[in-house]
Design a protein around this ligand. Structure first.
Ligand SMILES: Nc1ncnc2c1ncn2[C@@H]1O[C@H](COP(=O)(O)OP(=O)(O)O)[C@@H](O)[C@H]1O
Ligand SMILES: CC(C)(COP(=O)(O)O)[C@@H](O)C(=O)NCCC(=O)O
Ligand SMILES: [K+]
Length: 257
């Protein structure tokens, strides 16, 4: 069985696979100080709760937070006696090498998203990932990641307003009823929600124009469902895109090493 771990700047998600068969997803917040033993206690409690008896033989990790990888490696070694594949490390092969400026270290989540999008839908895709940051990953016709866009995340933008302005409260994101807010919270939600709708539309339009071809837009990440309610932003929404990409990269390494 495969344990795939996607560690973002906010949340860490584990998923367990029996061959191609998906068994379960477990989610926790990302903390670099969490020890291997703490991961296992949490993991064991949840798999027991779901009645799953995982026999983990392989582990693959994508982490946008380099410091958490150490404890996850110890976790894999101590409890499953296995050496994990870590996306972005030289011994983890990618189906397609990224074409970016020399010396650039692309976020592993973006490489994984590109691999997933190409495997499921083919080339010429834009993946929009609504995580801590909102990223746009451009996938070429042959499946290579060829760059993209990094914008501040939705919650990060709301939090920045609260942090910087004394009179602005902490606000959770929601789709406002109207554009014109008649109270402070509604004004802030409108600025961020409709601002993001505009940001996504404009950036995707400019990417398509720059590449001079039609491209499908695939949305993923914690906050994508909120924006899915707004018409015309995406062609496809897939909450499991990054996890699927990890299984694709794992299979590619099995077949090629
Ligand atoms: N279902 C949800 N509803 C509301 N906010 C969410 C949900 N899932 C995640 N978030 C928030 O969305 C942001 C991005 O989450 P996530 O996609 O897990 O980020 P990352 O991959 O960068 O760790 C975070 O601020 C998180 O708190
Ligand atoms: C842009 C990111 C912070 C997004 O991370 P996330 O929102 O998933 O936590 C991450 O992909 C990253 O650290 N990238 C490194 C720089 C780059 O991709 O070019
Ligand atoms: K992201």
């Amino acid at each position: 069985m495969l344990l795939a771990i996607d560690c973002g700047n906010t949340n860490t998600v584990f998923s367990i696979w029996d061959g191609e068969k998906f068994l379960c997803t477990l989610r926790t917040s990302t903390h670099h100080a969490r020890t291997a033993d703490a991961y296992f206690t949490w993991f064991k409690t949840l798999v027991d709760h779901y009645g799953i008896k995982p026999d983990i033989t392989d582990v693959i990790i994508s982490s946008t937070v380099p410091r958490v990888v150490f404890n996850l490696r110890v976790f894999a070694d101590r409890f499953f006696n296995c050496r994990p594949l870590v996306v972005g490390k030289p011994d983890c092969l990618l189906p397609h090498l990224p074409r970016v400026d020399e010396g650039t270290i692309v976020g592993p989540d973006r490489l994984v998203n590109a691999a997933a999008a190409f495997d499921r839908h083919g080339g010429n895709k834009i993946v929009v990932d609504f995580g801590t940051a909102t990223t746009f990953d451009v996938v070429d016709d042959d499946g290579a990641y060829v760059g993209g866009v990094i914008a501040p995340g939705v919650n990060l933008s709301l939090e920045a307003l609260h942090m910087a302005a004394a009179a602005l409260p902490h606000v959770d994101i929601a789709k406002p009823q109207a554009v014109i807010g008649t109270n402070t919270v509604a004004c802030m939600q409108s600025g961020v929600f409709w601002g993001y709708v505009g940001l996504v539309k404009e950036i995707c339009a400019r990417i398509k124009a720059e590449r001079d071809r039609p491209m499908q837009v695939i949305a993923t990440g914690g906050l994508a469902p909120l924006f899915q309610q707004s018409d015309d932003l995406f062609d496809v929404f897939e909450d499991d895109l990054t996890m699927h990409g990890l299984t694709v990269i794992h299979r590619f390494n099995k077949e090629n090493t």
